[in-house]
Ligand binder design. Structure first.
Ligand code: SAM
Length: 383
């Protein structure tokens, strides 16, 4: 059965489904979801680039940042980094290789856990990180059967726990007392979102056996989210909100008994929305072309929405963490790199042409026209 047919069958059985459920099936269906199907989404031959696809500089700069965090924690004998949604693991590989070379004291204390829900990508991680997995520095935990799979026989329970198919729970390797850094890049933009319009909350129904958009009343929790962290849609606007993202960040923050949280993603703040920006950011990506139509080829295109950092930061504070910084990727990377004139970036360049190429890649990561201003960085801690 095609994914479209699976979705239509669910609507026949359950009635109209909210957009978040449609997005969840498209991305995470255990057999045919976008991330479950294969591991070829990334890079030139795939559908999109992430910062780690561009150059090792991203991982190298972050290795320097992680080492600084380890020192800020008074050089504990053990430290765990937990990366959520590592994809192919290029970032982890760059961090670990650079740490081993440049920061051996830090590297010797490090356990790097990669929590990845896609079996195809977990298999890819085994290749990318072979050496570090073999030595025990890197760990890829097996995913427990997801609640989506357990409830797939039509007995799907409603509510918080299964709002995203699998529990929003970070999965550590070391004991809770061991200091922890939780890191993610482009994890939150892959959380299912609800879409709110002036007429209500978007649902999908069937009309003449075709998917059809209808609007039903939003919940009190969703309206409260708009009041506190976002804006109410004007006629014709569609605003996304992700309650699963809020549940994730809350769980993550509670998992950090001592340590840091570092979240990087396409994102915005409420003030930017009030100024008229980021009011409707849902996009579909396939083979590097963007489309605003999420209903084409379910399961074959990536669906993503920018992340509300005002809401993430508020949940982080509610869970008892201290916000250190909320800034753009450009500001963040410039601050780390400027300390040593970006020596990490240019170290392997022998020829002027190599330097020029790497300078261009760095520019893409930090310039407003590239990824520098669209990406936000949330840095928080519990010391
Ligand atoms: C947009 S990709 C980003 C990959 C990588 N961080 C990068 O920057 O290249 C999102 C990743 O999150 C993973 N993912 C999504 N939901 C997850 C979950 N609940 N637990 C673990 N991984 C998840 C996906 O399989 C995918 O690898």
């Amino acid at each position: 059965m095609s994914l479209r047919a699976t979705i239509e069958q669910e609507i026949r059985e359950r009635g109209p489904i909210p957009f978040s459920r449609y997005m969840e099936i498209c991305l995470y269906d255990a057999d045919q979801g976008y991330y479950a199907r294969h591991a070829e989404q990334f890079g030139k031959a795939g559908d999109f680039y992430t910062s780690s696809d561009i150059h090792a500089v991203f991982g190298r700069l972050l290795a320097r940042q992680f080492e600084e965090m380890w020192r800020a924690l008074d050089r504990p004998p053990q430290l765990e980094i937990l990366e959520l949604g590592p994809g192919r693991g290029l970032f982890a590989r760059d961090v670990l290789d650079w740490s081993k070379k440049k920061f051996p004291d830090f590297f010797a204390r490090l356990t790097y856990t990669l929590q990845e829900s896609s079996p195809a990508l977990r298999a890819r991680l085994q290749q990318t990180l072979r050496e570090h997995l073999h030595s025990g520095t890197a760990v890829v935990p097996e995913e427990r059967p997801s609640l989506a799979q357990r409830f797939s026989a039509g007995s799907r329970a409603e509510g918080d726990q299964v709002a995203e198919g699998r529990p929003a729970r970070p999965c550590r390797t070391l004991a809770p007392k061991t200091p922890l850094i939780v890191f993610s890049n482009e994890f939150f933009d892959a959380r299912p979102v609800e879409i709110l319009g002036a007429q209500g909350k978007l649902h999908l129904a069937l009309e003449n056996n075709h998917l059809h958009e209808i609007f039903l009343p939003p919940s009190a929790e969703e309206l409260e989210f708009l009041d506190r962290y976002s804006v109410h849609p004007e006629p014709g606007e569609r605003i996304e909100i992700s309650l699963p993202a809020q549940r994730w960040i809350t769980q993550i923050a509670h998992t950090i008994e001592r340590g840091f949280l570092l979240i990087i993603d396409y994102g915005y703040t409420r003030n930017q929305q009030l100024a008229g920006h980021h009011r409707g950011t849902l996009m579909a990506y396939r083979q590097h072309s963007a489309s605003a139509n999420p209903y084409q080829a379910p399961g074959e295109q990536d669906l993503t929405a920018h992340v509300n950092f005002t809401a993430l930061a508020a949940a982080t504070v509610q869970a008892g963490l201290q916000i250190q910084e909320l800034l753009t990727q450009s500001q963040f990377l410039m601050r780390i790199g400027e300390a040593n004139q970006f020596a990490d970036v240019f170290e392997d360049c022998r020829l002027p042409q190599e330097r020029a190429k790497v300078a261009l890649q760095l520019k893409h990561l930090v310039s407003p026209a590239g990824m520098g201003e669209n990406f936000q960085v949330l840095l928080a801690s519990r010391m």
